[in-house]
Design a protein around this ligand. Structure first.
Ligand code: SR1
Length: 321
């Protein structure tokens, strides 16, 4: 058990504002559950707001958190131009800030990311191994979201390095029903390009939509999907009979949410936190899930212990999570 005493501030009650851009979908729900669990452990009151995809609303929520003088702020996703002005105000007011999956535009904020280049390269290495001689690929992407932009950098390099792998269509939408919108787009792209062998869909809502399209067109034996992220629902989709979603590179989102809250708590306590915190992903294959009889995220984390990262932003006065 920890030998470092709990900082007095935490006995009195600490408030952390969690200012989100998006909240719907498995990834964001699991992330929040992790953040809430860690907040409970650390006796932190989490003040939650979401822009629900409206960037102006997120910016306003962030301004309000600064005005309320929260003890710390976590900005979860967002577009740089809409959140950076209020982040500057937070820093000027001396409010510690953790920015997850968004560029805070200041070295004074802690930047938390997943290793997005690796998320993309792990899926793409598998795609390359499976395609052998190369082939046509549909790519799912929406610009402006920092993690997707980083994954796109890897995809751009990968295409240059592997000229036999050809992108024949790019699709993508992020909204409150991303998976079904992507399914419609993927169906059209697959119908227009009957030679497609793979879909690179590096966000679980994209991959779910792509899987739906492949299934509805009856192309399960022709088209494989390489995704990102994982949830219990995703494990269900990946392991169902004839599922085209064969691999995904992922962190445990609830672990990432826990890291964000720990980093904020450390900053409130005046502890040193590295400027950049990066959570590593693991490649998860359909075969591994089926062979291991894995049906849910808890079972997956037991099978792949590296998905839990208690050493990142470790809080010395708390029992490790
Ligand atoms: C719209 S951005 C979606 C991504 O954010 C997180 O980084 C997740 O990994 C997800 O893929």
């Amino acid at each position: 058990s920890p030998t470092v005493p709990v900082p007095p501030k935490f006995a009195q009650g600490v408030t952390v504002a969690l200012v989100r851009q998006l909240s719907s979908g498995d990834y964001f729900e699991q992330w929040l559950a992790g953040a809430q669990a860690e907040a409970k452990t650390l006796n932190v009151k989490l003040e939650l707001s979401s822009g629900d995809g409206n960037n102006d609303k997120q910016a306003l929520n962030l301004e309000q958190a600064v005005q309320r003088r929260a003890d710390a702020i976590i900005v979860d996703h967002g577009f740089a131009d809409t959140v950076q002005p209020a982040i500057k105000k937070a820093v000027a007011a001396g409010i510690p800030l953790v920015a997850f999956d968004v560029d805070p535009g200041t070295p004074e904020a802690v930047q938390l990311t997943q290793d997005d280049h690796r998320i993309a390269s792990q899926g793409l290495d598998q795609l390359k191994a499976d395609l052998g001689d190369g082939g046509e690929v549909v790519y799912v992407y929406v610009a402006g979201f920092a993690p997707l932009d980083r994954r796109n950098e890897t995809w751009t390099r990968f295409k240059k390095d592997n000229p036999a792998i050809k992108q024949v269509a790019q699709i993508g939408v992020v909204n409150s029903s991303t998976a079904s919108a992507v399914a419609d787009q993927a169906k059209a792209a697959l119908q227009a390009n009957p030679g497609v062998k793979a879909i690179f869909a590096p966000y679980n809502e994209f991959a779910k939509g792509a899987a739906l399209a492949v299934k509805e067109l009856g192309l399960q034996d022709k088209v494989r999907i390489y995704g990102a992220d994982i949830s219990t629902a995703d494990i269900g989709v990946m392991t169902e009979p004839r599922s085209p979603w064969v691999a995904t590179s992922a962190t445990d989102p609830s672990n990432v949410g826990r890291v964000a809250v720990r980093a904020a708590a450390l900053l409130v306590a005046g502890e040193k936190v590295e400027h950049t915190l990066t959570v590593p992903p693991a490649l998860i294959t359909q075969k591994q899930l089926r062979d291991g009889g894995i049906t849910g995220i808890e079972q997956l984390v037991q099978a792949v212990p590296g998905l839990n990262t208690p050493e990142i932003a470790k809080v010395p006065w708390a029992a490790s999570s």
